[in-house]
Design a protein around this ligand. Structure first.
Ligand SMILES: NC(=O)c1ccc[n+]([C@@H]2O[C@H](COP(=O)([O-])OP(=O)(O)OC[C@H]3O[C@@H](n4cnc5c(N)ncnc54)[C@H](OP(=O)(O)O)[C@@H]3O)[C@@H](O)[C@H]2O)c1
Length: 317
């Protein structure tokens, strides 16, 4: 069976992906900054080994590159983990730019049999919807969804995604297949955005952010994992694809659906934008901004979603 080298395989998406790849019989090498296998995921011990790289020093385990048939590149400093100070912004960019460079350089200099590189990117590429012309329920009314050929936004995440995606471009020139998945907000019970949305519910509060009309382009983690596997296994998948479910929802709808699924009684509460700006600083734009992104391209390529709507996605999260 083929060997898949997964960078960032210790993260939220990586853990779920490695488990699914293992179940399909793939051998997996997780490329990590520091090997700590037992703490990571004991149930994955079989067929998974770890290798180290140092993105700043541009060093990598050569054997890991030599053994890989495919590379899935997920690594990058968490975008929503810490306040966006100047230092943190540099970390967010550098971890993606330098890791991409290291992969490309390694593929150039180390003899290898890698057939394809499947790289993560984000819908932050697009920036905000051009107008917030949504109905009160938050269903898009006449909003044009972002598609893969749209230009990158000038804002911080738009420019980060641009640099991130440009970095792996040379893979194409080496005659290897390159797939980039622009990932939306990942819904997983193991962590990420969903865990943050659920926290206020412990106190019986459904916290709607800002006016709640901003559109959220989300994806269930199981669908995202399938999309990565589909990208590995299908040669006709090549280039950029949005990794979002077909039905984006407003922040209000997402919050209320979540509240309904978790609690009998809850109190909807609007958290004013200025409070979010005070708490989160510049990062608040990410949760207040509307981003309506299309899933049509990956569907036209034959991908079908297990969780196309928010209700079923939340029920299974
Ligand atoms: N989750 C989402 O909602 C979402 C949405 C859009 C895009 N994405 C993108 O999809 C990818 C995977 O997401 P995720 O949620 O699984 O991320 P995650 O849980 O934060 O994991 C990312 C992994 O990247 C590695 N990493 C962290 N900081 C790094 C640094 N400074 N330099 C090099 N490697 C570093 C870590 O692996 P080691 O500690 O083992 O080195 C970490 O486990 C990320 O690039 C993320 O930006 C995620």
């Amino acid at each position: 069976m083929a060997t898949i080298l997964v960078t960032g395989g210790t993260g939220l998406v990586g853990k779920a992906l490695c488990k699914a790849l293992q179940e399909r019989g793939y051998d997996i090498i997780i490329l990590t900054r520091k090997i700590k296998p037992i703490a990571q995921n004991p149930q994955l011990a079989d067929r998974i080994r770890y290798a180290e790289w140092n993105v700043d020093a541009q060093t990598i385990d050569k054997d890991a590159i030599a053994k890989a048939d495919y590379i899935v590149h997920l690594a990058g400093a968490g975008v929503a983990e810490k306040r966006w100070t100047k230092k943190r912004k540099k970390e967010i960019i550098d971890s993606r730019v330098k890791s991409g460079q290291l992969i490309v350089e390694s593929l150039r200099s180390i003899p290898n049999k890698v057939k394809a590189v499947i790289a993560a990117s984000a819908i932050g590429w697009y920036g905000a919807d051009l107008s917030l012309n949504h109905s009160a329920e938050g269903m898009g009314s006449g909003i044009r969804k972002f598609i893969e050929s749209d230009f990158s936004s000038d804002d911080f995440l738009g420019q980060t995604c641009k640099k991130w995606e440009e970095n792996t471009e040379p893979v194409n020139q080496m005659g290897k297949r390159l797939v980039k998945l622009r990932i939306g907000i990942v819904l997983s019970k193991e962590g990420g955005a969903l865990r943050e949305f659920i926290k206020p519910l412990k106190f019986g509060v459904a916290a709607i952010l800002g006016n709640g009309k901003q559109m959220v382009s989300w994806i269930h983690i199981d669908d995202l994992v399938s999309m990565f596997i589909t990208s590995v296994e299908n040669e006709h998948i090549s280039g950029v694809y949005n990794a979002v479910a077909p039905a984006p929802v407003s922040n209000k709808e997402l919050t209320l659906q979540l509240a309904k699924s978790r609690k009998k009684f809850y109190l909807p509460f609007y958290v004013p934008s200025f409070i979010l700006k005070l708490i989160l600083g510049e990062m608040s734009v990410e949760i207040l901004k509307s981003a309506t992104v299309s899933s049509a391209k990956i569907q036209q390529a034959g991908f079908s979603f297990r969780f196309p709507d928010i209700k079923t996605a939340i029920q299974h999260s």
